[in-house]
Design a protein around this ligand. Structure first.
Ligand SMILES: [Zn+2]
Length: 395
C-alpha cells in the first residue's frame, strides 16, 4: 500500500479545511435554488481542478448550481474506457451544531466541521490522490474524470441532471463515509402519501358519519402487517429485505367533528429488483382488499430514487475491495440502507461503488467529524489503486 508523506498529509488536511470553510448548505430545493450556496464551493473546486491542470466543464443543474466535470485532456486512452471519481459538494443544514461548522477544528485525531465527514472528506481525499498520481505520471490507461456534484442532500438531483445531459463513464467511485469500505449496493426510497376520506358529522352522533382516522388506523395496520409479508418476499444478498414504515400522520379538524380526511406519509426502502410500478400497484390492490373497498382512499406517489446494485465481480468493485482487504480486512462488498449519487449513476448503466473516509454515523450530526486516520487511509487506497495501474487499465 502506498503511504502518504507528512507533506501529502498536510496538503490533504489543508484542502479539507478550505472546503469546510465554504458554506455549501443545501437545506431544501427551494432555498438552495434561491440562495445558490453551492456556487462558491463549486468556484473553488473548479479553480482547484484547473490548478492541477484539468480542463473543467460546468453543467448547471439550476442557475448557480453547477455540477463540475474535470479531466486532463492529455490523459487516458479512449479505447481503454473511462472512470469517474465523484463526490458531492453540498451539505445538510448547520442548525443545532455544537461545533464551529465552517472552521475546521483538528483535535484528538479528528477534523470537526459541517461536511468534514459527508462528504468534503471524500472531496479532499479524491482530489489529493488524483493530484499525487498525476504529479507522478502514474494514472491508469482509462480516461479519469473528477466529477463534483450539487444537490445530493435533497435527493441526488445534481447527479440525476448530470445523467440527463448524457454524461457517461464505464465505472465510478463515489464518495460517501463508508469507513474506507466498498459499498456495492443500496436501497432505493419510495415515498407515498395515503389519504383516507370519511364522512364528517357531529361527534355526538358518530354513527351518522364515517371516521377517516378510523380508516387510517386500518391502513397503518395493513402497512405494518400484511404488507410486510409482501415486501419481504424479495431478498437481496447484501441488503436483506425492503422496509416500509408510516412516518407522518395528520387528520381531523376539531374535537367535536368526526374527521373527514386523514393523511399518512409512508417511507419505503426497496431492494434492487423491486420495480416501483409493480410495488405501487400491489400496494393499492392489497390495501383495497384489506379495507374491503377500493373507495375512500387515494395513494399518491411522492418520490422515488433508484437503488444501487453493482455486481461484485465488476473490476472496479473487485480491485477496490482487494485494496480494502489489505487496508482493513474487508472481505466482501457491503450494502447500505441510505441512498446516494450512485443511484442515478447505476440507473444510467455505470458500474458504481461507494467508497470514502469517515463513518456515516457522524454524517449530518451536531458535532460532525472525520477521523484523520480514515482520511489518510482512503487517500492511500485510492492512490494505490491509481498508481498500481499506471498506464494500464483498471477496468
Ligand atoms: Zn453524502
Amino acid at each position: 500500500m502506498r503511504r502518504l508523506t507528512t507533506g501529502e498529509q498536510q496538503q490533504l488536511r489543508d484542502l479539507l479545511a478550505k472546503l469546510v470553510s465554504i458554506d455549501s448548505v443545501n437545506r431544501n430545493l427551494e432555498e438552495a435554488n434561491r440562495d445558490r450556496a453551492e456556487e462558491r464551493i463549486a468556484a473553488f473546486v473548479a479553480e482547484h481542478m484547473r490548478s492541477l491542470g484539468m480542463a473543467v466543464e460546468v453543467r448547471e443543474f439550476q442557475p448557480g448550481r453547477p455540477n463540475l466535470i474535470g479531466h486532463w485532456p492529455d490523459q487516458g486512452d479512449a479505447g481503454a474506457g473511462s472512470l469517474m471519481i465523484s463526490a458531492h459538494m453540498d451539505t445538510v443544514t448547520v442548525e443545532g451544531m455544537t461545533v464551529e461548522p465552517f472552521e475546521v477544528a483538528f483535535r484528538d485525531g479528528r477534523a470537526y466541521g459541517r461536511g468534514a465527514c459527508d462528504t468534503k472528506g471524500s472531496l479532499a481525499t479524491f482530489l489529493t490522490a488524483l493530484a499525487i498520481a498525476r504529479r507522478e505520471d502514474a494514472l491508469p490507461a482509462e480516461r479519469v474524470y473528477f466529477v463534483a456534484t450539487v444537490s445530493e442532500e435533497t435527493g441526488c438531483q445534481g447527479a440525476t441532471a448530470l445523467m440527463q445531459t448524457g454524461f457517461r463513464t464505464d465505472a465510478a467511485i463515489v464518495g460517501e463515509p463508508t469507513c474506507c469500505q466498498v459499498v456495492a449496493s443500496h436501497k432505493g426510497p419510495l415515498w407515498l402519501t395515503v389519504e383516507t376520506r370519511g364522512k364528517p358529522c357531529h361527534a355526538s352522533y358518530p354513527e351518522l358519519g364515517v371516521n377517516a382516522i378510523d380508516m387510517m388506523a386500518r391502513v397503518v395496520q395493513f402497512v405494518h402487517g400484511p404488507w410486510q409479508e409482501r415486501i419481504r418476499r424479495t431478498r437481496h444478498p447484501l441488503l436483506g429485505t425492503s422496509t416500509m414504515s408510516v412516518t407522518i400522520i395528520e387528520g381531523g379538524s376539531k374535537v367535536n367533528i368526526i374527521p373527514a380526511v386523514c393523511r399518512a406519509q409512508i417511507d419505503g426502502r426497496f431492494v434492487p429488483g423491486e420495480a416501483t410500478d409493480v410495488v405501487v400497484a400491489d400496494f393499492s390492490r392489497m390495501l383495497a382488499e384489506h379495507l374491503g373497498s377500493a373507495d375512500g382512499f387515494a395513494i399518491v406517489r411522492q418520490e422515488t430514487y433508484p437503488p444501487l446494485n453493482c455486481p461484485p465481480d465488476r473490476p472496479i468493485c473487485c480491485k477496490l475491495l482487494d485494496l480494502c482487504r489489505q487496508a482493513s480486512g474487508q472481505t466482501a462488498p457491503l450494502g447500505v440502507n441510505y441512498f446516494a449519487d450512485t443511484g442515478p449513476f447505476d440507473q444510467a448503466g455505470i458500474d458504481a461503488v461507494l467508497f470514502g473516509p469517515g463513518d456515516i454515523a457522524q454524517a449530518h450530526t451536531a458535532d460532525e467529524f472525520v477521523d484523520l486516520d480514515q482520511l489518510d487511509r482512503a487517500t492511500e487506497i485510492l492512490l494505490t489503486l491509481l498508481t498500481d495501474h499506471a498506464g494500464r487499465p483498471i477496468l
